[in-house]
Design a protein around this ligand. Structure first.
Ligand code: NDP
Ligand code: PYC
Length: 342
């Protein structure tokens, strides 16, 4: 086995982008995918970092994503802005729709971006963070593919359905952001345990017979569990309804039927709702952003950590010291660069 390597954020992004270009992705898709994957490595979010590259390439090779489609913006001036991704990766669609969404939320107080027919594998925090930088609060959510049993059940039906929230702060580099799977942990996290040969913590999953398991292989073949029992199960169901059926797109169960496997990136839609705090608080006492600072500082003042603080610290470190890839990750990158889509 070789050695770990250290790369600047820009150098890693360039290499990942090249891999995607060689695999037939258009420049737009290659660069937006590379950006989100490298942001994961930069911020210490490895469940959606470089290990995802192979899955993206497998999805291209299987013909389950259109690698060079141009997303189309459908905007009738209303509060619902739509991007038709045309079976392409979601990230380019988000880039197209985000500025329109923020502008519309500021104008109307609230607006939604619907992304339809997209292949989606990425973390959601880059999206709510981007919207916070544009001055709006936002929630983002999407189904996935059916891998999670509803609370009280034991068959995979719900997705790991991520849910993210962003709120602009006085320091624009550190918005209040959280982003989590509605399963106990993301499926990508279980895959990392499998690769490292480690046992899972208890309570994450059941095997294909419905028995609790800490074996990652058995968990991936069985069903993952929602976080917080019936509460996570209900939030996950809400995401199926709002970001699946309501926007006329696949639920997690339909996404799995379409794909026939969990080894490729899932196709479905995404829903992002943006709000202008100034518009909601208009005519009421106090500035909503200043009042938010009081609350957030009081939380931190108790010694509790705010979500994303770990990420922001990792970002600060990697931007100055570079990103360290393990020997296995570095070898994977070399191999993918040499092979293209083989
Ligand atoms: P985690 O449980 O690791 O973390 C979720 C959130 O909680 C983060 O915002 C994290 O902040 C915060 N957090 C963690 N620990 C603490 C703590 N002690 N105090 C305060 N905040 C804390 O994430 P998951 O495994 O649930 O999800 C990981 C990623 O997977 C997400 O980015 C999600 O979008 C992605 N995902 C994507 C899917 C898709 O279909 N596209 C499906 C499922 C998940 P911090 O980052 O600073 O630690
Ligand atoms: O980690 O659960 C996950 C996941 C599913 C699709 C993309 N990420």
């Amino acid at each position: 086995m070789g050695e770990s390597v250290n790369l600047s954020v820009e150098a890693l992004k360039g290499r990942v982008e090249t891999i995607f270009r060689k695999a037939g992705l258009s420049q737009d898709h290659a660069s937006t995918l590379a950006a989100v994957i490298v942001a994961g490595e930069r911020d210490g979010c490895k469940s959606h970092g470089v290990y995802r590259i192979e899955g993206c390439l497998r999805t291209v090779k299987a013909g389950k994503v259109v690698p060079d489609v141009k997303p189309v913006l459908r905007d009738d001036g209303s509060a619902v802005v739509r991007v038709e991704a045309g079976g392409g990766y979601s990230c380019a669609g988000f880039e197209l729709g985000a500025p329109v969404l923020a502008e519309r939320a500021k104008k109307l107080g609230i607006a939604a971006l619907v992304i339809n027919d997209c292949t989606h594998f990425s973390a959601l925090w880059p999206e709510v963070e981007r919207l916070a930088a544009l001055g709006v609060a936002a929630i983002a959510m999407c189904p996935s593919y059916a891998t999670v049993a509803p609370s009280g059940g034991k068959e995979p039906l719900l997705g790991t359905n991520p849910f993210a929230f962003g709120w602009p702060r006085v320091d624009p580099a550190q918005p209040y952001v959280f982003d989590f799977a509605t399963s106990v942990a993301a499926r990508g996290e279980i895959e990392l345990y499998r690769r490292e040969g480690r046992q899972l913590p208890e309570g994450w999953a059941v095997d294909s017979e419905g028995r609790p398991t800490t074996d990652p292989e058995a968990a991936l073949a069985g069903a993952m569990l929602p976080f917080g029992g019936h509460k996570g199960s209900a939030i996950s169901t809400m995401i199926e309804l709002l970001a699946g059926t309501m926007i006329g797109d696949f639920t997690s169960s339909e996404a799995l039927d379409f794909l026939g496997t969990t080894t490729l990136a899932p196709r479905h839609g995404e829903l992002i709702i943006a709000m202008s705090p100034q518009r909601f608080a208009a005519g009421r006492p106090g500035d909503p952003f200043a009042r938010a600072e009081v609350l957030l500082e009081a939380i931190a003042g108790q010694g509790a950590r705010l979500p994303s603080q770990r990420r922001f610290a990792a970002r600060k470190r990697t931007l100055s010291e570079g990103i360290t890839l393990t020997a296995a990750e570095a070898a994977q990158l070399d191999r993918l660069e040499a092979l293209g889509l083989d």
